[in-house]
Design a protein. Structure first.
Length: 243
């Protein structure tokens, strides 16, 4: 390995597997570098006159912000796969990092999912990617996260649109943005699995009685069932609570 220093930021480039730069983290590094300097060098691979960053894109951005030299290491035994290995061992990649990684590699399921995440950004309370990935997931809820990480996520466009459209229709009855959160998406997803469930009926009943959202998914599901069955006369069409 070669330890070097440079003011030439332009010679650095990134692999498609690099995580997105989070500028809140950069801001923290800037303040740290002002006091202590860049204590940990950037790890790079040299290819065709370029330095590809394997680890340290946030440190590079902090140095550029301050206009100070960049300390870096060249290790040509590394490659693009090392980006994921280092990110996984040093700091867990977020769900959005994994989605962007596979989308950048040309996986159409992840590319479509990323488009939907961008479309719904700012609508949900909490992490948009988690809500959208759950809604569009073609499998069961509990298997979503490992499927995302392992590159096995399959998108169901019709299902996802159906779930999120109903969530937004329900939201129209409320002023509290916190209504649109993961537990709501999860419960609505479960409702659509019930063959007796009718979207129009729920929207009609919600005008007659208040629907509450709880922290517990079971309590929230039971609340949806209570509203759905409100003043229902036909017992054969009543939905059942979770046992």
């Amino acid at each position: 390995m070669t330890y070097l220093i440079t003011n030439n930021y332009e010679q650095f480039d990134f692999y498609k597997d690099n995580r997105e730069i989070y500028y809140r983290h950069v801001d923290k590094l800037v303040e740290s570098f002002k006091k202590n300097g860049q204590m940990q060098p950037i790890l790079c691979v040299q290819r065709n006159g370029k330095l590809y960053v394997v680890d340290g894109q946030h440190r590079l951005q902090a140095c550029k912000t301050l206009g100070i030299p960049v300390n870096y290491i060249i290790d040509n035994n590394l490659n693009s796969e090392s980006v994921t290995d280092i990110n996984t061992t040093q700091k867990n990649m977020s769900q959005l990092d994994w989605i962007k990684r596979y989308a950048a590699q040309g996986n159409k399921n992840y590319a479509q999912l990323l488009q939907q995440i961008k479309y719904y950004k700012g609508i949900f309370s909490g992490k948009t990617e988690r809500c959208v990935a759950l809604a569009y997931h073609s499998g069961q809820n509990k298997t979503m996260r490992p499927y995302v990480r392992e590159g096995k996520y399959k998108i169901n466009g019709f299902k996802g649109t159906q779930i999120l459209n109903l969530c937004q229709k329900l939201y129209a009855f409320y002023d509290d943005k916190a209504f649109l959160k993961y537990v709501t998406v999860s419960v609505v997803s479960n409702l659509f699995r019930d063959k007796l469930f009718e979207e129009k009926k729920l929207l009609k009943k919600i005008k007659l009685t208040k629907l509450n959202i709880f922290l517990s998914e079971k309590d929230t599901y039971d609340e949806f069932i209570r509203v759905y069955n409100y003043k229902g006369k036909d017992g054969s069409k009543r939905l059942k609570k979770i046992a």
